[in-house]
Design a binder for this molecule. Structure first.
Ligand code: G1P
Length: 293
């Protein structure tokens, strides 16, 4: 029996340079998708999957993230006094339980692999999930979001799990890519990985889409790994090294992932999440029609 996955690591130290000036004083993870910060969508996905403890790897100028997942005494008191029960209930429902969050800092932007390594003391010797907050997922036919599907696959296969999604071949150089081994349909064995392959060299069009279940042995590997693509310590390179000793499985996420790290992806995510809301969809659809003529 595989050990249960109780903790999730959320690397949120990125500078958000692609979203300046919006991210000058506001962490990019706090930009809103409809009416909640992008990061809250990701935390909700983890909670739905049964994660109990959230480890945020933050950096300087990210204090708003810590405040967001804390109680807001004055606000709650004011809502209570004004009888705004619905707003109050929704705030309280979103609040993680006391002691269910940890914050540590990545002191220098040395890459995703280094950010995950910064969480080693808090995670300890147990398997854990990783959710990249740029990637926002929406459930498909299975109704569950991406991390829940990864944990289902983990219960079946054990080892390490990586969610993947198909992209057009000309987009593969922007992502980590996996090569397909034995195929079970929804999941498959991963026979190779590469971070940001040169155009035309990717082993498939299946990108590493930002949800992982990893064994704690990854930390010792990340400690020793050399800098890779972009001069950064890459999580993918750590996984390649670990795959010599442990199995990795891919999960074809049944749903849709929005890469909000790009402006277009961010805008599309906002539209998609708004269109999924009964209170917004009809009016938004009418406005879009007007815009596109
Ligand atoms: C990171 C990972 C990459 C993955 C991508 C998903 O890259 O290194 O393997 O495909 O996230 O967004 P980054 O977006 O940080 O360059």
């Amino acid at each position: 029996m595989s050990k249960p996955v109780r903790k999730a690591v959320l690397p949120v130290a990125g500078l958000g340079t692609r979203f300046l000036p919006a991210t000058k004083a506001v962490p990019k993870e706090m930009l809103t998708i409809v009416d909640r910060p992008a990061l809250q969508h990701v935390v909700e996905e983890a909670r739905e999957a049964g994660i109990e403890h959230f480890v945020f790897v933050t950096g300087r100028n990210k204090a708003a993230i810590e405040d967001h997942f804390d109680m807001t005494y004055e606000l709650e008191d004011t809502l209570r006094k004004r009888g705004k029960q619905k707003e109050l209930d929704s705030l309280l429902a979103d609040l993680p339980a006391a002691g269910a969050t940890s914050f540590t800092r990545q002191q220098a932007p040395l890459g995703l692999g280094h950010a995950i390594w910064c969480a080693r003391e808090i995670v300890g010797d147990e398997p854990f999930a990783v959710l990249l907050p740029d990637m926002i997922t929406m459930a498909g036919g299975r109704k569950s979001r991406c991390l829940a599907q990864c944990l289902d696959a983990y219960a079946r296969h054990g080892g390490n799990i990586i969610a993947v999604e198909e992209v057009r071949p000309e987009e593969t150089h922007q992502y980590g890519i996996v090569a397909l081994g034995e195929d079970y349909g929804h999941s498959f064995e991963i026979s190779g990985m590469v971070e940001k392959p040169k155009p035309g060299t990717a082993p498939s069009n299946l990108i590493i889409s930002g949800r992982y279940v990893l064994q704690p042995e990854i930390f010792a590997v990340l400690e020793k790994i050399e800098k890779g693509a972009g001069g950064e310590i890459q999580l993918t390179d750590g996984m390649i090294a670990l795959s010599k000793a442990q199995k990795f499985f891919g999960v074809r996420f049944d749903g849709r992932t929005y890469d909000t790290g790009s402006k277009l992806g961010f805008l599309v995510a906002n539209l998609a999440f708004a269109m999924a809301r009964e209170d917004l969809a009809p009016a938004l659809q009418a406005e879009i029609r007007k815009l596109v003529g």
